[in-house]
Design a protein around this ligand. Sequence first.
Ligand code: NAP
Length: 257
Amino acid sequence: MRLKNKTALITGGNSGIGLATAKLFVAEGAKVTITGRNKETLEAAAKELGPNALAVEADITDVAATEQAIARAVEKFGKLDIVFANAGIAGNTPVGGTALAAFEQVLRTNVTAVFFTVQAASPHLNDGASIILNGSVISVLGNPGYAAYAASKAGVRAMARVMASELSPRGIRVNVVAPGAIRTPIWKGAAPTEQAFAVLEKRIAGITPLGRIGETDHIAKTVLYFASDDSAHVTSAELFVDGGATGSPAGAPVFRG
Ligand code: NAP
C-alpha cells in the first residue's frame, strides 16, 4: 500500500478522474475527502468508497465553502498529506461568440478556485505533503473554441511552479498532471449522445499516437505517483498523460501511410 496512513483531499471527487483517483487512493490505504456540488453523485461515491472516505458538498468557486470542506476533512481524518485540485469545467468560448460571464466562469473554476483551494489547504498540510493540480493538453494544443479553457490550464501550469517555490521550505511538492482526452462525463457538452461520443472517440484515437482515448485509471495512476513517495524528489513538474498527442503527434494513426 503506497498511501498507508496518508490523508487526501480530492476536489471534484464525485466523477470522472477525481472519482477514479479517490478509489485508487482508498485502495492504497489513504483516508480521502472528496468534494463536489452534486449531492446525488457525492452520496453514490461515498457509498462506493466506504468508511475511509468523506464526501462534502462544496462549490470550489466559493472560498468559504472550500475552507469549511477542508476543516471537515481535517476534523475527520487529521492534517492533509495530499491535495489533488482536480475539479474543473470545459466550456466553449470561440472568438466572436463568447459572453464575458462564460469566459470568466471557466477561469474562476479552473484557475482562481484552484489557487484558493491550495491557499485554504496550506495551513492544514503536513510538511512533506504533495499537491497535484489537474492541467490539460489543451494548454498547448491551440484547439479552436478553447481560449478560456486553454488559458486556464496554462495558468495552472504557471501557478504550480510558483506554488512549488513558495512551499518548498516546508518540503511540500507541487506537480501537474496534464491529461489528454479521457473518457469522462466532461465530454457531455461536446458529445451529448452515445453516437456523437463514438464519432468523437474515433477522431481522438486518430490523432493520438497510441491510437485510443485515455481512461480515468491512466490519470489516477499518475496522480498516485505524484502523491506517493515514489516521486519524493519531483516538484514543479508537468507530466503529460496523453498517448503521445503533444510530444509525438506525427506518430498518430491519421499520419500513417
Ligand atoms: P468530470 O467527470 O465532469 O468531473 C469534473 C468534476 O469537477 C466533477 O466532480 C464536478 O463535480 C467537479 N466540479 C466542477 N465544477 C465544480 C465546482 N464549481 N465546485 C466543485 N466541484 C466542481 O470531468 P473530468 O474529466 O473527470 O475532469 C476532471 C479534471 O480533469 C478537470 O479539471 C478537467 O479539466 C481535467 N481534464 C479532463 C480531461 C478529459 O478529457 N476528461 C482532459 C484534460 C483535463 P460537480 O459537478 O458535482 O460539482
